[in-house]
Design a protein around this ligand. Structure first.
Ligand code: EPU
Length: 296
């Protein structure tokens, strides 16, 4: 028998996000199967309760306190599977950690996803945010996405039917349950070497081992938000326990007990500095889950 959906009222999202921030959603669901997931969404829709989807929590800035929406967490074992199919394709559950997927690809000689090395989070979250690095984006090797739409329909789409852009998939109001990648046979040693190269380049540029949500702003066209913020002297600027990394100025670190308000104040200062100096309006790259309709 399938285990029941876990539904809780006092889950702190700070425990489920890499930035270590976030209060308590109205309801927390951790569905144990796709039918259960459909039921959670149906309950929310019928109750007129807004809902959000949580994957690995690595690209989120969540407000503190009581949050006026439900959270559907794609983390049960039923979403954590990888199945090779014909023609060097891989079907992958949305809850699979990107690190586990990469280990599988390396061990089975399947190339095409090496650029993800060192990226935290889950496959569902990576597709929903069209994660990328080193000039590649996860939508490129994608063949199919299975989505549960808010009307309860489970649909299969090819990437040309989706609206992928820079860190954007257009999948805001749907849940990715499964994806299929088209990969290519490659020597495991070469895959391992390329992954190690990417991971090393990342370790050189980006802070690790301290709570953060990756790059906080999108890069403006043709430039780097990190470079602009660095030129504005933002490295090391601190509000409470929220601090701009001394290694990369587009990263905000949680030095221990930062609040969402600390991070949002810092975000405002960073934005203002770049606006005043360069006349460029930085756009958030992380998703802000506000406690009100206000958006950072
Ligand atoms: N730079 C500075 N100072 C800084 C940061 C960067 O001068 O504080 C300069 C660097 O020296 C380099 C340029 O800016 O010349 C670009 O920096 P980097 O190579 O670190 O890349 P990025 O544009 O800051 C982007 C993505 C990263 C991704 C890397 C590698 C965005 C917002 N960021 O960073 O993605 O890992 O390229 O491909 O698109 C993320 O999405 O969370 C993320 C970290």
């Amino acid at each position: 028998m399938q285990p029941e959906t876990q539904t809780e009222r006092d889950v702190q999202l700070r425990r489920l996000t890499t930035l270590g921030l976030g209060g308590t959603p109205q309801r927390y669901y951790r569905p144990a199967s796709v039918p259960e997931l459909r039921r959670c969404i149906r309950d929310c829709e019928r109750a007129g309760r807004p809902w959000r989807v949580l994957g690995g929590g690595s690209n989120l800035l969540v407000d503190d306190g009581e949050l006026p929406y439900a959270v559907v967490h794609i983390a049960a074992p039923v979403f954590d599977w990888i199945t090779p199919t014909e023609g060097d394709k891989l079907r992958v559950g949305a809850g699979v950690r990107t690190a586990r997927l990469l280990t599988f690809c390396r061990d089975n000689g399947l190339g095409g996803l090496e650029f993800l090395a060192g990226l935290p989070g889950t496959v569902g979250g990576a597709v929903a945010g069209n994660a990328g690095a080193w000039g590649c984006q996860i939508c490129q090797p994608l063949c199919r996405v299975l989505l549960l739409r808010r009307d309860g329909q489970h649909v299969q789409l090819t990437p040309d039917r989706l609206d992928f852009g820079y860190r954007w998939s257009g999948l805001e109001q749907a849940v990715v349950t499964e994806v299929e990648f088209g990969l290519e046979p490659r020597d495991s040693k070469l895959i391992a070497a390329q992954m190690a190269e990417h991971a090393a380049a990342r370790a050189e540029r980006h802070p690790a081992g301290i709570a953060s949500a990756g790059c906080i702003f999108k890069n403006p066209p043709g430039d780097s938000a990190g470079r602009l913020l660095d030129e504005c002297g933002m490295k090391g600027v601190r509000v409470g326990d929220a601090e701009v990394s001394g290694m990369h100025a587009n990263f905000i670190l949680n030095r221990g007990s930062a609040t969402a308000a600390d991070v949002l104040t810092l975000v405002g200062r960073m934005r203002r500095a770049v606006r005043e100096r360069f006349g460029i309006e930085l756009e958030l790259e992380v998703r802000h889950w506000a406690s009100r309709t206000r958006v950072a």
